[in-house]
Design a protein around this ligand. Sequence first.
Ligand code: PMP
Length: 334
Amino acid sequence: MKSPQYHGVDSHVGNTPLIRLRRLSELTGCEILGKAEWMNPGGSVKDRAALGIVSDAEEKGLLKPGATIVEGTAGNTGIGLTIIGHARGYRSVIVIPETQSPEKIALLRTLGAEVITVPEKPYSDPGNYNHVARRLAEEKGWFWANQFDNTANLLAHYRTTGPEIWSQTQGTVTAFVASVGTGGTLAGTARHLKERNPLIAIACADPYGAAMWSWFARGNTDMKDGDSFAEGIGQCRVTKNLEGLVVEHAYRIPDQEALTIVYQLLREEGVFLGLSSGINVAGAVRLARERGPGQVIVTILCDSGAKYQSKLFNPEWLATKGLRTDLPIEAVLG
Ligand code: PMP
């Protein structure tokens, strides 16, 4: 008999379970299914992008043993890069806006990243975290992961997330919904699913304060009014990962709708998630309502609520933001 093959943690990114969200499936007459991305080694969907970017750079000879990887990130990509970096022999330097959750910043330090916090600035400002990371790479000769415009990011989803969804649903998936940070998840997964079956509908779920709804629904990035506390998403420009992507539907999701879903999934189904996952699931419900019963709709459960305990699961913080946890799910679903 052939002896079993065992591998390190960098070989165990992806292949996450596809979880049925019972209550919302029953309410819509669809199968609403979530990819349990918090089960990745670094606890988020961004482990896929981190592994894809590192492997691509290794293949291109851009990463030599002992090299330093620098990245601007809302946290999860940095966590993924740090873990993959340890497994493959690289050091990581992470530039993160100071507005991101203290849990993610503390976790990055505990994992051994060098963490540089910067004030939150728009992309047009040279002080924006991405530009700080790029300049550090240029000055120090470090490798800049550049997740927003490095298409190794979307290719990771094209090669893993898409095929997993296709095989886990045995080809019955009818729609895929995701929000956009870099756009890697939405664009890469959509590309694979469309190749398998062009009738699969693709939808973008956008928070307020971002321009992706405006981009997909109206063809410009002009409308980005409002605000959201969802971390890791909320894009205002068309990144290289998003270029050429066409979607059938785009939805704007208020934070209260996403938060009520996050609490419903925790209290009634034991699924503990952050707010971007709530936005994604809300998008899946909108799509279920728009296209009707009988569909198999897949979305992404990006990361765990544990990364946001001091905010989303802290009654004082919620009260200061006017967000409620006592609303029944039916009250927020339009
Ligand atoms: N949710 C969370 C919590 C994230 O950290 C990210 C990545 N920034 C996303 C969603 C969006 O993923 P993508 O970058 O692939 O668009």
